[in-house]
Design a protein around this ligand. Structure first.
Ligand code: EPZ
Length: 422
């Protein structure tokens, strides 16, 4: 296992290329299963979760060849299995996104039920209910979801999601693309990653309208063709570098980042005194002087993303005054709080709300976190802290941030990856 050792205090300066979005790439890789031939996906980030997904595709029988230029060619003609094992699903919950494509193309799927995870219980009831609305029979047996479509395949239907769910909307989109007839989905998630999946599906011939709004209509097709798609830039990676640039009083160009995917974040950054503007093919982030305290509450898109809550909290630890941060999407997403406190932050929590009072200085410490975004937050805090910070167990980071230490070092940070001895 590795750790990152960070010597704080250097302002980040320069340009960094934002990688392809993990949370768009994962469903898009699974969507390639809807076609019985070859699909090409470009701009894939180099991440552990992408490797886990390709392992699952290979386990199902697909041919997968990855190229140096970050593209992958997937051959769906050799798929012979409809089972996603516990071993892979427990490593990455997003594996449950294989359910819709398998059920739609083969009429059957057996997918391990993901357990709870560090940030919440994260049920998948909506994924299952929407498959039932398309005529599927769904049973839970020995920890597995066993789903089968009616004779002749899934049928289009109408479904209103009880909660706004990104993964639930994605599974439904993929299944409905091959269902017979029209599917109306209401109370859908509106994240840019959903629109990117819809764009990828349209490249295969799917008929989808309304993605990016809460009502999506899909005209099911008898068959889909090859996918040809380039994944969008990762807005969460961009937001993470934005917070790091601001907290270190830096000046960074985020190449490839898109303003229209980050409106809620940029508006909070502006109120905190951080300048973010479009420049060339990306966004330029600058900050000097004092940070102002700003309140946030997380919401589904287009609200402030839960995946940037922790990073924004790191910023607020150094603001003048007090800010209130409410997490409304997941029930347990404050694991970074005790670790930030060990670095000198002044944070109290009550339920899903954190009260952050800015302090004049953070100091380096040995810290570790149990999820991806919390780990990134500790890295950001370490960049701004006085002295040395060791962020331990960084395998979480490797799931969602491509070469983070190289990208940060390229911006002038003193950061090194070392083997963790214990
Ligand atoms: C996606 O998770 C992202 N993961 C998460 O990214 C992100 O935090 C989350 O959306 C919210 O934006 C991927 O895209 C791979 P949800 P997902 O279904 O789809 C409840 C990261 O750090 N719910 O939108 O699993 C659920 O418990 C991560 O990259 C149900 O009750 O999230 C949660 O409270 C972690 N029943 C809320 O909805 C369901 O059937 C939103 O979850 C499904 C969800």
């Amino acid at each position: 296992m590795d750790k990152l050792v960070i010597e704080g205090g250097s302002p980040l300066r320069g340009a960094v290329r934002i990688s392809g979005a993990k949370n768009a790439a994962l469903p898009i890789l699974f969507a390639s299963l809807l076609h019985s031939g070859k699909s090409t996906i470009r701009n894939l980030p180099r991440l552990a979760d992408i490797r886990t997904t390709t392992m699952l595709l290979i386990e199902l029988g697909a041919g997968v060849s990855t190229a140096e230029d970050r593209s992958v060619l997937i051959d769906g003609s050799t798929v012979h299995s409809v089972e996603a094992s516990y071993d892979l699903v427990r490593r990455m919950r997003a594996s449950v996104l294989v359910l819709g494509p398998l059920l739609a193309r083969f009429g059957r799927a057996r997918v391990s039920l993901p357990g709870g995870c560090a940030i919440g219980t994260r049920p998948v009831d909506q994924h299952l209910r929407v498959m039932e609305a398309m005529g599927a029979t769904v049973e839970i047996k020995s920890g597995y979801i066993e789903a089968s479509a009616p004779k002749g395949g899934l049928v289009g239907g109408r479904f209103v999601f009880d909660v706004v769910t990104v993964g639930g909307t994605e599974n439904a989109l993929m299944a409905a693309a091959l269902a017979r007839g029209t599917t109306h989905l209401e109370n859908c998630a509106r994240e840019p990653e959903i629109c990117d999946l819809a764009t990828a599906l349209r490249s295969m011939g799917a008929q989808i309208t309304g993605d990016g709004t809460s009502v999506i209509v899909i005209e099911g097709q008898e068959a889909l063709g090859p996918m040809n798609h380039t994944v969008i830039a990762d807005r969460i990676e961009a937001g993470t570098f934005m917070a790091a640039a601001a907290l270190t009083h830096g000046d960074v160009l985020l190449t490839g980042a898109r303003m229209e995917h980050l409106d809620a974040v940029v508006s909070k950054m502006a109120r905190a005194g951080v300048e973010v503007r479009r420049e060339g093919e990306g966004l330029r982030v600058r900050h000097h002087g004092e940070l102002h305290a700003v309140d946030i509450d997380t919401q589904p898109y287009p609200g402030f993303p839960t995946d940037l809550q922790a990073q924004f909290m790191a910023l607020m630890t150094r603001a003048s005054g007090g800010s209130t941060i409410s997490e409304t999407v997941f029930e347990n997403r404050f694991m970074h709080v005790p670790e930030l406190s060990r670095m000198g932050a002044d944070i109290r929590t009550r339920g899903n709300t954190a009260f952050v009072r800015g302090v004049p200085e953070l100091h380096g410490a040995s810290v570790m976190a149990t999820d991806l975004r919390a780990s990134a937050t500790l890295v950001i805090a370490g960049l701004a802290a006085k002295g040395t910070t060791e962020v331990r167990r960084i395998y979480h980071l490797d799931r969602g941030y491509e070469a983070i230490e190289e990208k940060l070092a390229g911006l002038g940070a003193k950061v090194e990856r070392r083997a963790q001895d214990d």
